[in-house]
Design a protein around this ligand. Structure first.
Ligand SMILES: Cc1cc2nc3c(=O)[nH]c(=O)nc-3n(C[C@H](O)[C@H](O)[C@H](O)COP(=O)(O)OP(=O)(O)OC[C@H]3O[C@@H](n4cnc5c(N)ncnc54)[C@H](O)[C@@H]3O)c2cc1C
Length: 414
């Protein structure tokens, strides 16, 4: 059989595209390397749902809500009570360091001048060693999964201005994976099917799997993460054009390591999120879990440093830092933990993309179809404000599906 379209990757982008193409009457097949759908959405249920990958729906107008409503999932708004801790002690809410941290953070989010890195921008507004500078840089490194020395303040502020996903952050109480499981209902997905090579010419694609199996289609939609694409999985024959490879190299592949710790009782005061100057830059309580649970979140270069430890080593670091903050009882009350290292995950090779200084139009170049035969989607190909998110990935899948349908039948003399 020759399919109309093969979709590589069953994450949010691939599944969103699959549904659109199927609804338009196309014959499709989704090829997924992992033994599950969802990609960077994965839920641990050891003590109730806890997210190892994407956790929040960002914004009350994100397109993800259409899928949430269709799946009938329960959500809960996240709070906004951010606390700060320094040297193992909570700062009082009126500590002047906190106000300065917010000022610096906002400066990076609203910058409109010539291209500059976030680190260089903020260095011009705070003394070297200012704890507020440290907090602001760590906050941005965490959110953007990036080294602030490379992260473009210009691109960051433009992405903030371009986003139209509304306000607030929301947890999916049943687990984020219920969303992608629902999106996959009725979609033909082949699990455990890594695509090793795409042999293509205009109007024809042959996908060769790692195990040697071959599938054929008129078109392919590639949604694999930027880090995996850079690693040559799949390989392209003929290779992708030089401008596209350059674009792929110009997009920043960011790093996040998550550390989940479960406790038999709550030993911390009420907060939504806690920013620290420790190795675990951020902690937050997880609402849907059956037992008190803290999520440790580390982004940028610090994520790689934490992931260099074994899981038990990272848990020991987390417990040592929490003991300083909340007392010795933390250790005995801990039921266990789990480390999620996205940078060593072979089908992710990074957490999500960021926009480095000098990235230019790389995302648009990567997103452009090739000879009306190869199409690209996924969070790295998002050109507006919704990069690095689930709703951005869904939008990119819908955009690619619309392009495939608009291109119609491929002319035989192409
Ligand atoms: C730790 C972490 C926290 C995050 N937090 C949030 C959050 O709170 N809110 C939010 O909106 N977003 C968040 N994100 C980002 C969000 O998860 C991603 O932007 C989104 O899920 C990406 O979807 P995608 O379809 O582009 O890619 P993916 O979900 O990565 O899907 C791509 C699929 O391709 C498969 N694949 C790769 N190579 C091959 C191959 N050669 N052959 C076949 N299949 C292949 C992969 O296995 C994967 O299933 C987070 C991400 C991480 C890692």
């Amino acid at each position: 059989m020759i399919y109309d379209t093969l979709i590589i990757g069953a994450g949010a982008a691939g599944l969103a595209a699959a549904r659109e193409l199927q609804a338009a009457g196309q014959s499709i097949c989704v090829l997924e390397a992992r033994n599950r759908v969802g990609g960077r959405i994965v839920t641990d249920r050891t003590y109730g749902p806890v997210e190892l990958g994407a956790e929040f729906v960002h914004g009350d107008r994100a397109c993800t809500w259409e899928e949430i409503r269709a799946a009938g999932l329960r959500t809960r708004p996240w709070g906004s009570k951010r606390r700060f801790a320094r040297g193992g002690r909570l700062l009082p809410p009126d500590d002047p360091i906190i106000a300065r941290t917010y000022t610096l953070y906002e400066l990076a989010n609203t910058y409109t001048g010539p291209e500059i890195s976030v680190a260089d921008l903020l260095a011009g507004h705070a003394a070297p060693g200012d704890p507020a500078l440290g907090f602001a840089l760590r906050w941005l490194a965490n959110l953007e999964a990036a080294d602030p020395a490379h992260l473009s303040a210009t691109a960051l502020a433009r992405e903030r201005a371009d986003s139209h996903n509304g306000v607030g952050n929301f947890h999916l109480l049943d687990g984020y994976d219920c969303l992608t499981t629902h999106m996959a209902v009725g979609v033909p997905v082949r699990l455990n099917t890594p695509v090793a090579r795409l042999i293509w010419r205009p109007g024809s694609v042959v996908a060769r799997m790692a195990r040697g199996e071959v599938l054929e289609a008129r078109r392919a939609l590639i949604t694999v993460p930027a880090g995996v694409l850079r690693a040559g999985r799949p390989a392209f024959n003929p290779p992708l054009p030089a401008d596209r490879l350059a674009a792929l190299g110009a997009i920043g592949v960011g790093h996040v390591t998550k550390l989940v710790l479960w406790f038999e009782r709550r030993l911390w005061p009420e907060f939504t999120v806690l920013s620290t100057d420790g190795q675990i830059a951020t902690w937050w309580p997880v609402p849907g879990a059956r037992t008190p649970t803290l999520m440790g979140y580390v982004g940028g270069p610090a994520a790689l440093r934490l992931a260099n430890h074994s899981e038990s080593g990272a848990i020991a670091i987390g417990l040592a830092e929490l003991t300083m903050l909340f007392g010795d009882a933390v250790r005995s009350a801990c039921l266990g933990g789990r480390l999620a290292d996205w940078s060593r995950d072979p089908w992710s090779l990074g957490a999500y993309t960021y926009s480095p200084v000098g990235m230019g139009d790389a995302r648009a170049i990567l997103a452009a179809p090739l000879a009306a035969t190869l199409y690209f989607a996924g969070e790295a190909t998002v050109t507006g404000g919704h990069i690095a998110t689930v709703h951005g990935a869904i939008e990119s899948g819908r955009r690619a599906a619309a392009a495939i349908l608009a291109d119609g039948p491929i002319p035989t003399n192409f």
